[in-house]
Design a binder for this molecule. Structure first.
Ligand code: ADP
Ligand code: MG
Length: 442
């Protein structure tokens, strides 16, 4: 979660509480709390005394949990007690941890059991399971790539947990590329690079998150590459995640070639059904029941990544709890409207973008979609594009239809009806339409 998001969540929390509690209560207990700062996953609040902190935790701990922690057990809030007179804040900088402390650096919630499987991630999940069962003996390295919030870190930690569980004698090290660089900087400063080298080279399973941060860090790249080769040569397992495939990373040829040695697996955007299953699973983990229709409603509208999906759910759950509302489709709809930034589709989609996405998904040309051809595949793709345009664009039907090479309003309506019916019974078409919808650039 971005730090600005955490600050924004805190403001939202205050707004919700403001609506709910009495003015005096708000004045006495909530307004004295000062937002200090937010890092990637923790916010720091300043309270005038311990009682304000206790009040907040006694009354709103669960809401804060719902709102802030996507999966962590600990509430990601740090409290500072304001100094009595001069308000000088001293926040300890978060020092990079040294490697020894990171052996258990795995998120306890990121296991294979909690990872929902679907067509978009089946392959990569089985590769991860394979590697965890026989480290160093199947694919080495395993390189997992995909967009943000799609579960790369989750799978990486899943491998770590699985190895810990079944192969206790093996030493597993999970690091972010950033922390590898920080360690190296620290050790260079302390002239203890040899110690660090020894440490990394004695690891049995090295899990490296976000290798893209190694780009443009020449000196570090070389050291990383040496560590990498040393481990691979001893048949130690390496798993790497990245937001791009190796060939698209701005890294040396040597490094790219090494990363392509083993298996390169892509993790995609989950389909609608998988998103519904993820919503239900995350709700279950929080002990919340979510009606099927509400889960569908949310999954249909929040589709670009799972982290965003989780964020929206947490805020929605907290909202319902605070306002003591039952979670229904209408509530979800109003809530999503309020946080309109999560469904930019309605605001920005154009017919041109729909045409491009449908053309790619159905492998036809944009000009065919605008044309008159009655070839079955083309006519179907055209109707899907019309269906999506009517669903996603808030404009007059006549105007939308005219963007399809001057079609009429009734042609558009006919296409929409036909595809709506077809989607009910044709799973394949549904999947393709879903895919086209997901890939519409806003
Ligand atoms: P990435 O590293 O690809 O940016 P993360 O692994 O941090 O993404 O995933 C973001 C959030 O989404 C995490 O809370 C993770 O548990 C959740 N998530 C992603 N994919 C799945 C999945 N298939 N099943 C369950 N949770 C998932
Ligand atoms: Mg990640």
């Amino acid at each position: 979660m971005l730090s600005t998001n955490l600050e924004e969540l805190w403001t939202q929390f205050l707004e919700l509480v403001h609506k709910k509690c009495s003015p005096a209560e708000y004045q006495n207990w909530l307004s004295p709390i000062r937002f200090v700062s937010a890092t990637e996953n923790c916010i720091t609040l300043e309270v005038p005394n311990i009682f304000v902190k206790e009040y907040l935790l006694d009354n709103y701990k669960e809401d804060l949990h719902l709102l802030f922690s996507s999966s962590a057990k600990e509430l990601p809030i740090e409290f500072l007690i304001a100094p009595p007179k001069e308000k000088k804040l001293s926040i300890a900088p978060s020092l990079p941890a040294i490697p020894q402390e990171k052996i258990s650096n795995l998120n306890p919630n990121y296991t294979f059991e909690t990872f929902v499987e679907g067509p978009s991630n089946q392959f990569v999940k089985s590769a991860a399971l394979g590697v965890a069962a026989k480290p160093g003996k199947s694919f080495n390295p395993l390189f997992i790539h995909g967009g943000v919030g799609l579960g790369k870190t989750h799978l990486l930690h899943g491998i770590g947990h699985e190895v810990h569980k079944n192969l206790k004698r093996l030493s597993v090290q999970c690091i972010t590329t950033e922390s590898f660089i920080n360690d190296l900087v620290d050790n260079l400063r302390n002239k203890s690079v040899d110690k660090m080298k020894r440490f990394y080279r004695n690891v049995d399973v090295l899990l490296v998150d976000d290798i893209q941060f190694l780009q443009n860090r020449l000196n570090f790249e070389e050291e990383f590459c040496n560590t990498f080769e040393c481990l691979i040569n001893q048949n130690k397992q390496i798993v790497i995640t990245s937001d791009k495939p190796p060939s698209q990373l701005k890294l040396s040829e040597r490094m790219v070639a090494r990363m392509e040695w083993g298996l390169v697996a892509h993790i995609g955007v989950p389909e609608l059904e998988t998103r519904v299953a993820i919503i239900q699973q995350k709700a279950e983990l929080k002990g919340i029941t979510i009606p099927q229709n509400v889960a569908f409603f949310i999954a249909d509208r929040v589709y670009s990544n799972v982290r965003q999906l989780e964020g929206v759910m947490n805020r929605l759950f907290a909202y319902c709890r605070l306002m003591q509302l039952e979670l229904t489709e209408t509530i979800a709809e109003n809530f999503l409207k309020e946080i309109a930034d999560v469904h930019p589709l309605q605001a920005k989609v154009s017919v041109e973008n729909i045409l491009k996405s449908v053309a790619t998904t159905f492998q036809v040309r944009v000009s065919d979609l605008k044309g008159e051809s009655r070839i079955k595949e083309i006519a179907l793709a055209r109707q899907v594009a019309m269906y999506l345009a009517k669903e996603l664009i808030d404009d007059s039907l006549t105007k939308i239809a005219s963007s399809f090479g001057g079609k009429t309003h009734s042609t558009l309506l006919h296409a929409w009806k036909k595809i709506s019916q077809e989607l009910e019974k044709n799973q394949n078409l549904k999947r393709q339409t879903d895919l086209a919808k997901q890939h519409i650039a806003s």
